[in-house]
Write a protein that binds this ligand. Structure first.
Ligand SMILES: Nc1nc2c(ncn2[C@@H]2O[C@H](COP(=O)(O)OP(=O)(O)OP(=O)(O)O)[C@@H](O)[C@H]2O)c(=O)[nH]1
Ligand SMILES: [Mg+2]
Length: 283
């Protein structure tokens, strides 16, 4: 994926997403559980306005469990429900259903009180590239396909997919761009694979990843590359050289960088969360 977001693209995506949001009662803001802040979109608050939303922390199988818990508390303090899921395995789908219904209960009770025939809750998901939007939709719908015999309803040209009995899901997710301005956020997004091809070079990203693990998850680093405690505390460039040696890559540091990035991304160094909840906010 080599998308470069230029102002024109952003304006177009913003228009498209704003239009779609008008059609739904609730928005599922999909983020990477390893990056609960950096994978959020800076202008989504603007577009969503007062519409109810749920923050869905996807890929929570790859994230640090203690951090995921802390983030849920953090968002709760901001008045937002956050739900950890593993879209790939269909974990957390029921919680999305029950939370959506709870958040919209008042609105739908009002409809009922006015004698309006109850309709299904309408929802859509939104997120940056590669965060698992398609996987989530497939999971939500698959669950239902088994029950209903695969017959999505079509309303005014938009396709709605059944998610449970009481929720309809807009067929296409909204794609927004991540925040690029801050170079640190760029590195975090690159390390998790949210932007596969960027202006950042692979060495930079690998060195950033090693520095982060050395600082926060040293034991996981030691274990993966059979390093001593002292070795794991080498400066990142020396650390990369040592790992390269151990893997038999000699001085092919590009290859070592790619390997390290791939292994971090895919969870071979264990679970981790790059956006850490500020300690002062975890109490
Ligand atoms: N480990 C893990 N991987 C996941 C999970 N959900 C999705 N993935 C993987 O993440 C990658 C991206 O998933 P997609 O569903 O294609 O993401 P997307 O948001 O639709 O991506 P774009 O269409 O490119 O914007 C795929 O390789 C998925 O298998 C999850 O819960 N855990
Ligand atoms: Mg997709």
């Amino acid at each position: 994926m080599t998308i470069q977001w230029f102002p024109g693209h952003m304006a177009k995506a913003r228009r498209e997403v704003s239009e779609k949001i008008k059609l739904v009662d609730i928005v599922y803001e999909l983020v990477d559980a390893r990056l609960p802040l950096s994978s959020r979109n800076p202008i989504l608050d603007d577009i969503i306005g007062q519409k109810p939303r749920i923050i869905i922390l996807n890929k929570s199988d790859l994230a640090d469990e203690a951090q995921t818990k802390a983030w849920i508390t953090y968002f709760a303090n901001e008045g937002i429900s956050a739900i950890p899921i593993v879209a790939q395995e269909g974990k957390g789908m029921n919680k999305i259903l029950s939370t959506s219904k709870a958040l919209l209960k008042e609105k739908f009770d009002r409809f009922k009180a006015k004698g309006v025939n109850p309709r299904a809750i309408r929802a859509m998901s939104i997120g940056i590239p590669n965060v698992g939007k398609s996987t989530l939709i497939n999971r939500m719908v698959k669950k239902n396909i088994a029950k209903t015999g695969n017959k999505p309803g079509v309303t005014k040209g938009q396709q709605w997919l059944k998610f449970g009995k009481e929720i309809e899901l807009l067929d296409t997710p909204g794609i927004l761009w991540p925040k690029f301005e801050d170079p640190m956020i760029g590195k975090k997004l690159a390390l998790t694979g949210a932007i596969k091809d960027t202006l950042l070079n692979m060495d930079d990203i690998a060195l950033y990843g090693l520095a982060f693990f050395k600082e926060n998850y040293a034991q996981q680093l030691e274990k993966r590359y059979a390093l001593t405690k002292e070795e794991a505390q080498l400066e990142p460039p020396e650390l990369l050289m040592r790992i390269s040696e151990k893997r038999g890559f000699r001085d092919d540091y590009d290859r070592a960088s790619e390997m390290v990035i791939y292994e971090i991304r895919s969870g071979k160094l264990g679970r981790f969360t790059l956006d850490m909840v500020p300690v002062s906010l975890t109490e």
